[in-house]
Design a protein around this ligand. Structure first.
Ligand code: FAD
Ligand code: ZN
Length: 480
């Protein structure tokens, strides 16, 4: 590691100028205080910050970004630091400043007539959900990191999660946005309009841009009616072909009221039962795979009967082997915990090469067959742990080494494994990064699979919005 101290990495007077803008609470420059901001979630990218900036208002963000721009100091925006692709932490150089939005954590307003919630970027996702519920509305973005990820991070990564099937990705939930540009100017797009065709939709440029084009400081988000009836079921299946056919049937039977349809192979459930206490197999007999189904309705009753009847018909057709419907919130919670703790179970089983691929839902069975076959041929004995948002065509297809002692040697082949799995997804018209983004981790895949013209246009956008390359450099598009 290159040993540059804060004072060497930053121009003289920089720290004092930052304190003048954001106050003592807005600047951290001691190494121990900065360390947590430099550690990525998966500990794949050791990093060191030149400085940590913690502004409390848009005006402070604006002042700090202008200061960085003037001094040529690169900025790594950070929300909850739950991102999984190495986009929210600084590199090893010790020259990048982290700009944390965590202190901008105010829910500004909830409007039940407009069906909107306006928030600052550092609001924790679960707090936005709670504020919506308090007004008898639902903010439908939901993911396992919701207790610590922030709205700014969710919008910057265009987060997906477990309700995309019904409500879309984060991008689909945004009406208005406020962004601090690379030169410090504030772009105010905080509109609450459902219709507004007045030229290019500039807010879209920033959604999913992973902090490389601007810093999101506030947003107006869409709310939907709060569900009155929720049906949660755990369904035993033969495999992905049955799962995809069942989803289509359930959507038809419920009139599109399926909010969640998650796929869990038996091997993942067994791993969880073995490694994490407090879980039990929801069904009496083992089945090759499972779906976690959630359907919701704005009416207070009727949905459960519809789901039961649909599952009964699917059983007669041989699509469903067995199923249980939660009788209480506690039972539903236990089923959800299985899904939410799968990543933890996998982590305890040992390190794995991760994938976040998607294909059209109809190609899911082909993907499983193709990817499992390709992995078995290229890496004999490697184990596959593949689960996820099958209703969105999005699978977290993770590959574990044949035996624990091989872990380091296997992980050294990370890129090779990625290529084998991602080639299959791309061959089926899919994507190599469905919901986690590019960051630093998916750079090689980005170069390999994106069309040259797409990359050229993205580079031009980057140059237009950040001509001096100070916003999250080296993430998403490498500098032109
Ligand atoms: P960070 O990790 O802090 O940042 C993410 C990226 O956004 C970085 O590039 C950062 O520079 C940028 N950024 C952050 N805030 C801003 C801002 N205000 N302005 C501009 N750029 C900004 N993701 C999913 O999509 N679906 C899932 O189901 C899902 N499940 C997860 C489960 C677990 C247990 C964990 C740990 C993560 C999961 N994730 C999931 C990934 C992660 O939670 C999401 O990417 C989330 O949206 C990141 O939010 P954050 O506030 O933590 O952002
Ligand atoms: Zn996911």
């Amino acid at each position: 590691m290159n040993d540059i101290g804060v004072r060497d990495a930053l121009p003289a007077g920089f720290v004092a100028a930052a304190r003048t803008i954001a106050g003592a609470a807005g600047v951290i420059d001691d190494p121990a205080g900065m360390a947590p901001f430099a550690e990525d979630r998966r500990k794949r990218y050791p990093g060191r910050a030149a400085l940590v900036l913690r502004p409390a208002s848009t005006a402070e963000v604006s002042g700090l970004v202008a200061l960085c721009a003037g001094a040529g100091v690169a900025i790594v925006p950070q929300g909850g630091n739950t991102g999984l692709v190495g986009g929210s932490t600084p590199d090893e150089s010790g020259r990048e400043a982290v700009l944390s939005l965590a202190r901008m954590n105010r829910v500004i307003a909830v409007d039940p007539i407009d069906n909107t919630i306006a928030v600052e970027a550092g609001v924790i996702l679960a707090e936005a959900q709670d504020a919506a519920l308090a007004a008898d509305r639902l903010f439908p973005l939901s993911l396992a990191a919701e207790g610590s990820c922030t709205i700014g991070g969710n919008l910057s990564t265009n987060a997906g999660g477990t309700q995309v099937l019904r409500y879309g990705n984060a991008r689909d939930l945004v009406l208005g946005l406020e962004v601090v540009l690379a030169d410090g100017r504030v772009l105010d797009l905080m509109r609450a309009l459902r219709k507004d065709n007045t030229g290019y939709d500039l807010k879209q440029v920033f959604l999913g841009s992973e902090g490389t084009l601007g810093i999101i400081t506030r947003a107006v988000l869409k709310l939907v009616p709060r569900p009155r009836e929720t049906v949660t079921a755990w369904i035993g299946l033969d495999g992905p072909t049955a799962a995809v056919a069942l989803l289509a049937d359930l959507q038809g039977a419920t009139g599109g009221q399926v909010t969640t349809f998650e796929y869990i192979p038996r091997s993942c459930l067994e791993q969880l039962l073995r490694l994490i206490e407090g879980h039990r197999d929801p069904l009496r007999e083992p089945w090759p795979a499972y779906a976690l189904l959630e359907a919701t309705s704005g009416r207070s009753q009727g949905l459960r009967g519809t789901v039961e009847a649909a599952l009964g018909e699917a059983m007669e057709k041989g699509l469903v082997r067995d199923a249980t419907i939660a009788e209480s919130e506690a039972q539903a919670g236990a089923l959800w915990r299985i899904r939410e703790e799968l990543p933890e179970g996998e982590k305890r089983a040992g390190a794995a090469v991760k994938h976040d691929v998607s294909v059209p839902v109809s190609r899911i069975p082909d993907f499983f067959e193709g990817a499992e076959g390709a992995v078995a041929r290229a890496f004999p004995g490697a184990r596959v742990s593949a689960f996820g948002h099958i209703g969105d065509g999005n699978i977290h297809f993770n590959v574990l080494p044949p035996h624990a002692p091989d872990t380091d040697r296997f992980l050294a082949r990370w890129d090779e494994v990625n290529r084998v799995v991602e080639d299959v997804a791309i061959g089926l018209g899919g994507s190599f990064s469905a919901e986690h983004g590019i960051g630093r981790m998916r750079q090689a895949s980005f170069e390999r699979y994106k069309k040259p013209l797409e990359i050229e246009l993205m580079r031009r956008l980057k140059t237009a919005f950040d001509p001096h390359g100070i916003l999250n450099p080296g993430r998403v598009v490498a500098r032109p």
